[in-house]
Ligand binder design. Structure first.
Ligand SMILES: Nc1ncnc2c1ncn2[C@@H]1O[C@H](COP(=O)(O)OP(=O)(O)OP(=O)(O)O)[C@@H](O)[C@H]1O
Length: 264
């Protein structure tokens, strides 16, 4: 399946995907809360090593979609495939084991442990098991992960000593510690200066260069234009547009969705 731009919302319902159409594929994903349909038979495919922006105004269904994909919620209907396997309804720890990680907006580090210790404690369980007897190995691995996300200078600080941008990097480092193939990054640029946005974009790009697939969930395009290959825009739980950042920003349906609300 190609990932070319298709901005015709009318084709939404007919757009079907199969297990091999991407590293992560959702087909007719449905999530209802009582009478409310938060995700409305949504279908999408994310390609290996792609950086996808998953965008939509407040309440569009972004978090619910990814809570269904990552195992926090059980979907009401539809199918999710990850690396070709049907993972619909699997629990979050199982998704992590299979190579899916996510960052959270509400950072929850262990406040009484250093940065590097927080990362060490997030290492994949098999790493902890095999390396635990080897003097200092888990520490060395955790340090390496910290350096990859620009935390090399603050290894022994505690989270309460970190500025917001470093807290975000710590959240990334903890997710990377599970050695994911795919990472969902939730609103990474909120509260960052433009210089911090650039720095974080470079970190995310380097993760992609090392083989990771990234989905960046955000309610606007701020900071995303330079980073993402493609934007997928939803509203009321349905796709309204899918294309390059330029195509998305000039798309009338997208502009209408944002009218009077958030800035696109
Ligand atoms: N646990 C829940 N129970 C009931 N309704 C929910 C629940 N979670 C989300 N919703 C509703 O589902 C809809 C989609 O919400 P969701 O949080 O997925 O949107 P979003 O695009 O992530 O929004 P935001 O950008 O504000 O985070 C909203 O109407 C929301 O009120």
């Amino acid at each position: 399946m190609s990932i070319d731009a298709d901005t015709d919302a009318d084709t939404d319902v007919s757009r079907q995907f199969g297990p091999r159409d991407g590293i992560l594929v959702a087909n007719d994903l449905l999530k209802q809360f009582g009478g409310l349909t938060a995700v409305d038979e949504l279908s999408f495919a994310v390609q290996e090593q792609e950086i996808l922006g998953f965008i939509g105004p407040n309440g569009a269904g972004k978090s619910t979609t990814f809570n269904c994909v990552t195992g926090a919620y059980e979907p009401t209907g539809g199918t999710v495939w990850f690396k070709g396997e049907d993972v619909t309804g699997l629990e979050a720890h199982e998704m992590v084991k299979r190579g899916m990680a996510r960052t959270f907006q509400d950072f929850a580090p262990l406040e009484d442990r250093s940065v590097v210790r927080n990362v060490e404690l997030s290492l994949a369980p098999d790493k902890l098991f095999t390396l635990s007897g080897v003097g200092g190995e888990t520490r060395r691995l955790a340090e390496e992960i910290c350096r990859r996300v620009g935390l090399g200078e603050v290894l022994d600080k505690t989270p309460d000593e970190l500025p917001h941008a470093d807290m975000l990097k710590l959240e990334l480092a903890k997710a990377i510690a599970n050695e994911p193939d795919l990472m969902l990054v939730d609103e990474p640029f909120a509260g960052l200066s433009s210089q911090e946005v650039t720095e974080l974009s470079e970190i995310l790009e380097s993760l992609r260069q090392n083989g990771m697939t990234l989905i960046v969930v955000d309610h606007n395009m701020r900071g995303l234009l330079q980073l993402i290959d493609r934007a997928f825009v939803i509203q009321f739980g349905s796709r309204i547009a899918d294309g390059s950042p330029d195509e998305i920003t000039s798309n009338p349906k997208v502009q209408e969705a944002y009218l009077g609300g958030d800035e696109l």
